[in-house]
Design a binder for this molecule. Structure first.
Ligand SMILES: Cc1ncc(COP(=O)(O)O)c(C=O)c1O
Length: 425
């Protein structure tokens, strides 16, 4: 999945000039931004498109026949087309915009919930006692809590894949975990805490064999390497714009044709209906059915611009660059005494998100000293607390990379860690 064969083909120094924030200082030091798994920085091209949209084309979508409304609708629907092409979805109508990955996953969970409360709903979405939902121990809370809540509401049972000592998904119990009772399997594509990239092929095959649907949490994969939903064979994918050079406030749920239209609506309101009487309403087909109210218009347009930017670089080149940085960082971090990495320690089958601990030093202290040096990392449980529990630590320090990350920044991290050890060692 992570190919060593493709060389990094873009000029990182030139690309960095597109990101105004990378020119600033933090605590008297040049900013070293190593928190892109949390949120990415935004290039000028995205900021400009959003500003121009507000200055020139602002109107509400899908409601106005006037010129501005038409321009806004074209821009919004154009962004949908870009998203669909980016993940190789067969049709733009399979792309539902929402606020973020969390909302996308909750949308699906509530569609299951609503279907479960209705007798004539599509049985693929109907859950009750005896049915099962399967996740994994390496999920972000966004892909745990909605399913816990759904199971509480419906009486279904939540089960999960375990994680191996070296941070891989343990598929040894696949046939037991995914069985005739399973209605949905929801798995992360790349872990935001371990960096592990999961190949969902076996899980998809088994889930479809037993008639279950598969959601892939692509929050950390879609931004970082080519993702082709048709090749993956999944039924749904969720991802979030702010981690892929786009703005906050925009996320995507893609669903295979036919599935979205078989799902009951979740939020009711304007734009999602076919017709309304005082007694009853009927609903528009997807994606409008799931986009009640005025959507995040300029945010979608910004996401479209981010996709243009990533396409200009080429996702294979993005992947190759991050692979190089990750390999470099894994080697560099291995030289830091007492440092323990959580997750794969070689670059194969992992992405550019590395969690670690320094023996005897609390991650919050690590983060504080690094910030004093201008090095921005994330500390905590990274909204993946079960992983911390699995490895017996309260928290970790996490460095994460993107298109603009340089080896010099990795060196600054290692220097910062030496300082941490001097201060607390
Ligand atoms: C794997 C994964 N899933 C879901 C999310 C949730 O993303 P958002 O906060 O944009 O909804 C994140 C964010 O860190 C993530 O890394």
């Amino acid at each position: 999945m992570t190919s060593l064969a493709i060389p990094s083909t873009f000029d990182v120094a030139a690309l960095r000039a597109d990101f105004p924030i990378l020119g600033r200082e933090v605590n008297g030091h040049p900013l070293v931004y190593l928190d892109s798994a949390n949120t990415s920085q935004k290039p000028r091209q995205v900021l400009d498109v959003m500003r121009t949209h507000h200055e020139r084309h602002n109107g509400n979508v899908s409601r106005s026949v006037h010129t501005l409304g038409t321009e806004a609708t074209l821009a919004y629907e154009g962004a949908r087309e870009k998203v669909a092409a980016f993940i190789n979805a067969p049709a733009a109508s399979e792309v539902v915009f929402g606020k973020n990955s969390t909302e996308a996953i909750n949308l699906l969970a509530y569609a299951f919930s609503n279907a479960s409360a209705t007798a004539d709903s599509d049985p693929r979405f109907r859950l009750g006692p005896g049915d099962e939902v399967v996740i994994s121990e390496m999920e972000h809370h966004s892909n745990i809590v909605p399913w816990q809540l759904l199971c509480e509401r419906t009486g279904a049972t939540l089960r999960w894949f375990r994680v191996t000592d070296d941070g891989r998904l343990d598929e040894s119990e696949l046939d037991d975990l995914v069985n005739e009772r399973t209605k949905l399997v929801s798995i992360v594509h790349m872990s935001n805490i371990l960096g592990t990239i999961n190949d969902p092929a076996r899980i998809v095959a088994r889930a479809h064999e037993v008639g279950a649907l598969v959601l892939l949490d692509g929050s950390q994969s879609v931004p970082h390497f080519p993702v082709d939903v048709q090749a993956l064979g999944v039924d749904f994918i969720a991802f979030t714009g702010h981690k892929m050079l786009g703005p906050t406030g925009i996320g995507v749920l893609w669903g295979r044709a036919g599935l979205l239209d078989a799902m009951p609506p979740v939020l009711g309101g304007g734009s999602m209906i076919e017709t309304v009487t005082m007694e009853k309403s009927t609903f528009a087909p997807a994606p409008a059915r799931f986009e009640a109210g005025t959507p995040p218009i300029v945010e979608a347009v910004g996401l479209g611009a981010a996709i243009d930017y990533l396409n200009d670089i080429g996702m294979a080149a993005v992947q190759a660059h991050e692979h190089e940085i990750t390999a470099y960082a894994l080697e560099a971090l291995a030289t830091v005494p007492t440092l323990r990495i959580f997750g794969p320690t070689t670059p194969e089958g992992r992405g550019g998100t590395i969690s670690f601990a320094l023996e005897g030093i609390h991650p919050h202290d690590v983060g504080q000293v690094l910030d004093d040096e201008g090095v921005e990392v994330r500390v905590g449980h990274h909204c993946a607390r079960p992983v911390c529990v699995r490895y017996g630590v309260p928290a970790t320090t996490r460095a994460s990379f993107y298109v603009y990350t340089t080896t010099e920044e990795v060196d600054a991290l290692v220097r910062g860690l030496d300082r941490v050890r001097k201060v607390f060692g």
